[in-house]
Design a protein around this ligand. Structure first.
Ligand code: AMP
Length: 390
């Protein structure tokens, strides 16, 4: 028997999973269940081994909830890896509220407190918690660990946490929590290893995936971030609006738009998708000739440049920029265009290094260092599991 850690990342209709054995940081097996939910749609499962080679899994039919999805994933794992026994489970949890400032072992009391946070992230938190309940049912004897997207930002100074609304709302939990913290935690740690001098300075990390945000890191700690109370604020994203005048929302509500429709518009129909009318996927937009696609990309870049300047202002200066996540790691043209507009700050790219996606893409004379780093949120969760679960 090989004792292993299972890392789960539960989305609204998906469940990503990865299994790690011993001290290895390459997953022995990893995969994803998609199209989870009631209704006639058949779910899909993919499973791959450590080399990334796809492995056979039985077609699951429809899977009503995360518990059924986890069971289907586990049966695929057992068929392909009969010797593996799961000893501990790590979960990505979107919201840790004001109090969960670090990864935490999950017991009934913790699960109760996380459930109380559901109203703060109604679209995401319930799925994370159903992933936890599914894993508890499947592995009643395994220790379960929660890692939070919000924890890393609890080092932010109070001024960067408050909104300028009546004070009592802060006490009711209306504050800037920030998200993507597991990714920023990884980048902060990895930067400390690869470039300790830069890591001790002022760095903006640009996590540019389907969700996108910026984090101002001072000496490796978060001091400001573009997302706030929810994961809607800040940069334009695949389907989310990013920063918008709250007056627009008041106007739409006043005009009779239902809150659920407004939420759907802001989370699922806006951002790159809304502006382009074509796609939320940056690759599709980069390959399109439509003027609307070009405008969506230009808007994305302009908000990114303004956001980087805002983060720099929060740190009273800037020594480095790190690009990460799908767009940040892979789109040389977004990086080039973003940095071109930041020349006034002292950013000069090495075009050849940028095209290659090298680790350092700034020119030697650039005052601000620019790096590309792959984020590994799974590793942050895995390390927390190894630390906390005996
Ligand atoms: P993530 O959420 O981190 O998986 O990132 C997803 C985003 O990364 C999508 O908008 C993709 O279009 C984008 N992306 C991935 N690869 C590339 C690429 N080679 N060029 C441009 N965008 C990319």
């Amino acid at each position: 028997m090989t004792h292993a850690a299972l890392i789960l990342n539960a989305g609204s209709s998906s469940l990503k999973f990865a299994v790690y054995v011993d001290a290895d940081e390459t997953p022995e097996a990893s995969g994803q269940v998609d199209r989870i939910g009631p209704g006639p749609d058949h779910a899909e499962i993919t499973l791959a081994d450590a080399s990334g080679t796809a492995l056979p899994v039985n077609a699951p039919g429809s899977l009503e909830d995360h518990q059924q999805a986890l069971n289907a994933a586990l049966s695929g794992l057992r068929d392909n890896f009969p010797d593996i026994q799961i000893g501990a489970v790590g979960h990505r949890v979107v919201h840790g509220g004001p109090d969960f400032t670090a990864p935490t072992l999950i017991d009934d009391e913790v699960l109760g407190r996380l459930t109380e946070l559901e109203p703060l992230a109604p679209l995401h938190q319930p799925h994370c918690l159903s992933g936890i309940r599914a894993a508890q049912a499947a592995f009643p004897d395994a220790q379960q660990v929660a890692c939070f997207d919000t924890s890393f930002h609890r080092s932010m100074p109070r001024l960067n946490e408050i909104y300028a609304i009546p004070r009592e709302y802060y006490d009711d939990g209306i504050r800037r929590y920030g998200f993507h913290g597991i990714s920023y935690d990884y980048i902060s740690g990895a930067l400390r290893q690869t470039d300790p001098q830069l890591s001790s300075g002022r760095v903006v990390v640009a996590h540019l995936g389907n969700g996108a945000s910026l984090c101002a890191l001072r000496n490796g700690k978060s001091v400001a971030t573009t997302m706030g109370f929810s994961a809607l604020d800040g940069l334009a994203m695949g389907t989310r609006s990013g920063q918008i005048d709250p007056g627009v929302l008041l106007y739409l509500l006043d005009q009779g738009m239902a809150p659920a429709d407004l939420s759907n518009m802001l989370y699922r129909k806006s951002g790159l998708l809304g502006l382009s009318g074509l796609s939320n996927d940056m690759r599709t937009l980069e390959n399109s000739d439509l003027p609307e696609a070009a405008e969506a990309v230009s808007y994305f870049i302009q908000r990114l440049q303004r956001g980087i300047a805002e983060m720099a202002a929060a740190m009273e200066g800037l020594d480095g920029i790190v690009f990460t996540a799908g767009i940040g790691e892979h789109s040389a043209s977004i990086r080039a265009e973003t940095c071109r507009g930041l020349a006034w700050m002292g950013v000069t790219l090495d075009d050849a290094a940028n095209q290659k996606g090298a680790a350092v893409i700034s020119a030697p004379e650039s005052r601000i260092a620019v790096r590309v780093m792959a984020t590994r949120e799974d590793l942050v969760i895995l390390r927390a599991v190894r630390k906390l679960a005996a």
